[in-house]
Design a binder for this molecule. Structure first.
Ligand code: HEC
Ligand code: HEC
Length: 511
């Protein structure tokens, strides 16, 4: 009896708390975990299944929520392990997911179209390092009747309360957020299929962002050890089939072995040999350079391994490995302190979503620290940024070479814009994580199965060679450099003029 009464009181308390949450929406959004600490959900099969990365999908919502508000249903997900025993057989899962795929892709297309102008508008007079056009202009759409000037006059509270924060500035969901996992652009999987006869095509989703917003492919390769050779890629994508021929006489045996390992596929959550995979035929797996193509990036994306439940995880756009030699912290949230640590743990955690249990089933690779990890690290550490001919030894513009607009941009960058506080020259990163507190501008909600809420501190990314690595931010939510300027103008309350904004873009294109 007493137990029952207590249970009843707990329920009453929960109802009160929930009502409180609705009223104090922002407070709840900022402290999503604490409020419900009392109610811990058991890790039963049903709850796991609901969150499962591979076996079941709540049908994705078809449009972004129109009404802003505290829509996060639960503050704590079920204890999160991926299932080991798969109840449905592989052909059944595959045919069901194939059937669902057109709808999944249509949902994501409508989300992207709602947020961005996706048209192909190349900029004139500037390209990526090997010649791919750069997309220009602000692509994030504004709410109706709004202008960037009007928006920048409003306070974060006003923007939040009137739901005026541009949707493209919100966290970007994975193409199938409830399932997540690695997704490769088609041009990359086509090339790997041609070279290695290995499929990187998932049967449940395709890549979502149009190619003209992605880095050039294959990207050039610059080496710190042989700067005068320029791009050593020969315009090819490095793969197990050609790396030796391309790099022989350029790399040391240690670097060559490191490169071989970086190109060797190993089993991964979606690409493996078990019935729990999302690729049609049993697969050798995925290699490091499948995402960090030619040591740069091809825009492949994933969910971050370090957040739970799945709905709270962040989409991650693969970063470039250029300039790794100068970075002290690695990963947007993990803050691993060395390239060796990252290399070692990437296969233990990121390949398997930070879940060591499924990893054991699917075949995790544990590279040896001295004879493998250090070789892979040494190879990564010689990947250089592309040349920036207008920069001096301090990473500042040479006034003889730079245009007036670029020089104005530099002044704004280190002055009124305060960009240089977190992106200091010469490497344009500060090896710190910062909390930009973007959630000041919006009410939490769910979009396509992702909890859109506070994201916490994120690592500052370098801006050297930045024109080569769209889309921008940890999740790739911003498609052009113009978008990043409008974003920081708003969230840092900078009140930049149009001329100053243009200057910043012109400056960043020279880094
Ligand atoms: C699905 C594509 C994918 C594969 C495969 C992959 N990575 Fe990554 N890599 C990423 C993403 C996404 C991040 C960003 C992680 C984050 O922000 O937490 C990243 C981050 C990194 C970083 C840190 C970069 C930084 O700026 O902080 C290093 C180093 C790295 N990867 C090396 C590797 C190595 C070595 C392998 C192979 C063992 C590998 N990656 C395999 C996508 C991939
Ligand atoms: C308080 C620190 C801080 C300031 C000030 C700041 N940034 Fe950043 N910047 C960051 C962080 C942190 C990220 C990564 C954020 C994320 O991914 O969510 C970032 C990301 C970026 C990116 C995307 C990088 C990439 O690889 O995707 C660009 C471009 C950028 N900042 C430009 C600027 C400009 C221009 C300014 C000034 C107008 C500026 N930043 C001011 C911290 C800062």
């Amino acid at each position: 009896m007493r137990k029952k009464a207590q249970g009843f009181r707990t329920i009453q308390l929960l109802i009160l708390l929930t009502a409180g949450c609705v009223l104090l929406s922002t407070a709840c959004a900022q402290e999503p975990v604490r409020k419900k600490d009392t109610k811990r959900e058991p890790a039963n099969n049903k709850t796991i299944k609901k969150e499962s990365h591979s076996r079941s999908l709540k049908s994705a919502q078809s449009h972004e929520e129109k009404v802003p508000g505290p829509k996060l249903p639960e503050n704590r997900g079920p204890t999160f392990y991926f299932p080991i025993i798969i109840k449905e057989d592989f052909p059944t899962v595959m045919s069901r997911m194939k059937e669902e795929k057109p709808k999944v892709m249509e949902n994501q297309r409508s989300l992207l179209n709602d947020r961005y102008d996706l048209n192909d508008h190349p900029a004139t007079g500037v390209t990526m390092s090997r010649g791919k056009p750069i997309q220009e202009g602000v692509r994030v759409k504004l709410p109706e009747q709004m202008t960037w000037e009007k928006l920048s006059e409003m306070s974060p509270e006003e923007i939040r309360n009137n739901d005026l924060f541009p949707k493209g500035f919100l966290p970007l969901p994975h193409v199938k957020h409830a399932v997540g996992g690695q997704v490769f652009p088609k041009f990359h999987s086509d090339e790997i299929l041609k070279l290695e006869k290995r499929s990187l095509e998932r049967f449940d989703v395709d890549f979502d962002i149009p190619d003209h917003f992605l880095p050039e492919f294959p990207p050039p390769i610059f080496l710190t050890t042989r700067p005068y050779l320029g791009d050593v890629s020969q315009g090819k994508l490095l793969s197990l089939k050609n790396y030796y021929e391309i790099m022989t006489g350029i790399l040391t045996p240690v670097q060559m072995e490191g490169l071989r390992l970086l190109l060797t596929p190993f089993p991964q959550q979606q690409f493996n040999q078990t019935e729990d995979r999302l690729v049609e035929e049993a697969s050798f797996g995925v290699s490091c350079l499948d995402c960090h193509a030619n040591g740069h990036t091809n825009g492949a994306f994933h969910l971050n391994p370090d957040t739970r439940p799945n709905a709270a995880r962040l989409r991650l756009d693969s970063p470039s490995l250029r300039g790794m030699f100068n970075q002290q912290i690695h990963g947007s949230k993990r803050s691993l302190r060395s390239i060796e640590d990252f290399t070692e743990f990437e296969q233990r955690t990121a390949y398997f979503d930070g879940d060591t249990v499924t990893a054991a089933k699917k075949g995790t690779n544990l590279p040896d620290r001295t004879s493998q990890v250090s070789f892979m690290a040494q190879m990564q550490n010689i990947l250089d940024f592309p040349p920036a001919p207008k920069l001096d030894e301090f990473g500042m513009l040479d006034p003889e070479k730079a245009s007036k607009e670029e020089l104005l941009g530099q002044t704004v960058f280190f002055g009124k814009g305060r960009c240089g506080k977190c992106h200091p020259a010469p490497f344009y990163l500060d090896d710190k994580m910062h909390n930009l507190r973007v959630e000041r501008f919006y009410n939490p909600r769910i979009i396509h199965d992702q909890w859109i809420t506070a994201e916490g501190p994120i690592k500052t990314f370098t801006l050297r060679g930045i024109k080569d690595s769209p889309p921008y931010m940890h999740d790739g939510r911003l498609l052009t450099l113009e978008d990043t300027v409008e974003f920081f103008n708003l969230i840092l309350n900078l009140k930049l003029t149009q001329e100053e904004k243009n200057g910043l873009v012109a400056f960043m294109r020279q880094l």
